[in-house]
Design a protein around this ligand. Structure first.
Ligand code: ADP
Ligand code: MG
Length: 312
C-alpha cells in the first residue's frame, strides 16, 4: 500500500521549547491514524508542520509522494483540515458556511450543492441548514466545523481533537462520520487525548509524549507490548494490608494495590487468574462485594511505557 504522508526527522522548536523532537512516521492510504498524546505532546504542532502552516527547523514532509511546501496548492486542494479551534463565520448560516469553504475548491454549482448536502448528512445537520452558528450548541458547532473541513471530498483529512467538550450524542455522530469518510476512501489523521476514541476509531496509533513517539502500532499490537495481560479488580472493604505481599506472591501476579476499598491485581499471563483469586479469597475467609476481570486498556499500556496517566 502506498504511503500518503511521509514525515522524516521533523524538528520544530518554539524558541527553546522543543515541541517536535526528530519525529518520523508514515500514514498509509485508506487508514485512520490516531495521534494520541497528552496536552502539549506536540500533536497540533506536528499537523501544522505537515500542512506547511508552520516553519520547522529540520526534516522533510511528503504528501502523496510530493514534497509539501507553503505553495503546494495542488496538494492542498486534496486535503481537508478540521482545526482544534472552531473556525467558521458567525454571519453565515450553517449552509452558507459549508458553501463558502466548499466553494474554495469546488466551482461547479450543481456539484457543490450535492457535496454540501452530503456533508450536512454526514454530520447530521440537515435540520439546521438555516441556523446561524450562535443558535447552535457546542456539539453542533463542532459538527459544522467538521462539515466545512470535509465538504470538498478531500482524499486526506486531518482532524485535530474534534470531540473535545462535546456531548456524547455529537461525539458518537462525529466518530461515525469519520469512519464513513474512511470507508469512502479517505485517509484520516486524527488527534486526541482520549484513549477510548482511539480504541474505537483508529486502524493504527502513534503515542506521542514530549514531541517523541513512545509507541506505535495497532491497538492490539500495543496491548501485546505491555507486560500486563489481565487485570482483576475486587471490591472489598477493610482488607488487611498484610494480605498484599501474599497476593503479590501468587502465580503470574505483576502488581498489587489497594485503595478506596478496591483491590487491583495485574497479571503477566491471562489464564485462570479470576478463579485463582476467588479460591484464594475463599481460603482466607475474605468477603468481597464484587470481583471482575478485564483485558488491559491502552491506558495501561501508556502507564507502563511512561509511568504516568495519559490524562494529566
Ligand atoms: N505558538 C507557540 N509558541 C510557543 N510554544 C508553543 C506554541 N504552540 C505550542 N507550543 C508548545 O509546544 C508544545 C506542543 O504543543 P502542541 O503542539 O499544541 O501540543 P498538543 O496539540 O499535543 O496539545 C507545548 O509545550 C506547547 O506549550
Ligand atoms: Mg493540540
Amino acid at each position: 500500500m502506498e504511503n500518503v504522508i511521509e514525515v522524516r526527522n521533523l524538528v520544530k522548536k518554539y524558541k527553546e521549547i522543543i515541541a517536535v523532537d526528530n519525529l518520523s512516521f508514515s500514514v498509509r492510504e485508506g487508514e485512520i491514524l490516531g495521534l494520541l498524546g497528552p496536552n502539549g505532546s506536540g500533536k497540533s504542532t506536528t499537523i501544522n508542520c505537515i500542512l506547511s502552516l508552520l516553519k520547522f527547523q529540520g526534516g522533510n514532509i511528503k504528501i502523496f509522494g510530493k514534497e509539501m511546501t507553503p505553495n503546494s496548492y495542488e496538494l492542498k486542494s486534496k486535503i481537508g483540515v478540521v482545526f482544534q479551534d472552531v473556525s467558521i463565520f458567525d454571519e453565515l448560516t450553517v449552509y452558507e458556511n459549508i458553501d463558502y469553504f466548499c466553494g474554495l475548491y469546488v466551482k461547479n454549482k450543481e456539484t457543490r450543492k450535492k457535496y454540501i448536502e452530503d456533508a450536512l448528512k454526514l454530520v447530521g445537520l440537515e435540520d439546521f441548514q438555516k441556523f446561524y452558528p450562535k443558535k447552535l450548541s457546542g456539539g453542533l458547532l463542532r459538527r459544522l466545523n467538521i462539515a466545512c473541513g470535509i465538504a470538498h471530498k478531500p482524499k486526506l483529512i486531518f482532524l485535530d481533537e474534534p470531540t473535545v467538550a462535546v456531548d456524547p450524542q455529537s461525539r458518537n455522530n462525529i466518530l461515525d462520520g469519520i469512519k464513513q469518510l474512511r470507508d469512502m476512501g479517505a485517509t484520516v489523521v486524527y488527534t486526541t487525548h482520549y484513549m477510548e476514541e482511539v480504541e474505537i476509531l483508529c486502524d493504527r496509533v502513534i503515542i506521542l509524549d514530549k514531541g517523541k513517539i513512545i509507541a506505535e502500532g495497532t491497538t492490539d499490537e500495543l496491548k501485546q507490548r505491555a507486560s500486563i495481560e489481565e487485570k482483576v479488580t475486587v471490591e472489598v472493604n477493610n482488607l488487611d494490608v498484610r494480605e498484599l505481599p501474599k497476593i503479590k506472591d501468587l502465580m503470574n501476579v505483576l502488581e498489587v494495590s489497594y485503595e478506596d476499598n478496591l483491590l487491583l491485581v495485574t497479571y503477566k499471563d491471562g489464564k485462570n487468574n479470576l478463579v485463582n483469586m476467588i479460591t484464594y479469597l475463599k481460603s482466607k475467609g475474605i468477603d468481597y462485594q464484587k470481583i471482575y476481570s478485564e483485558r488491559p486498556t491502552l491506558n495501561d499500556v501508556f502507564l507502563e511505557l511512561t509511568g504516568k496517566e495519559l490524562r494529566d
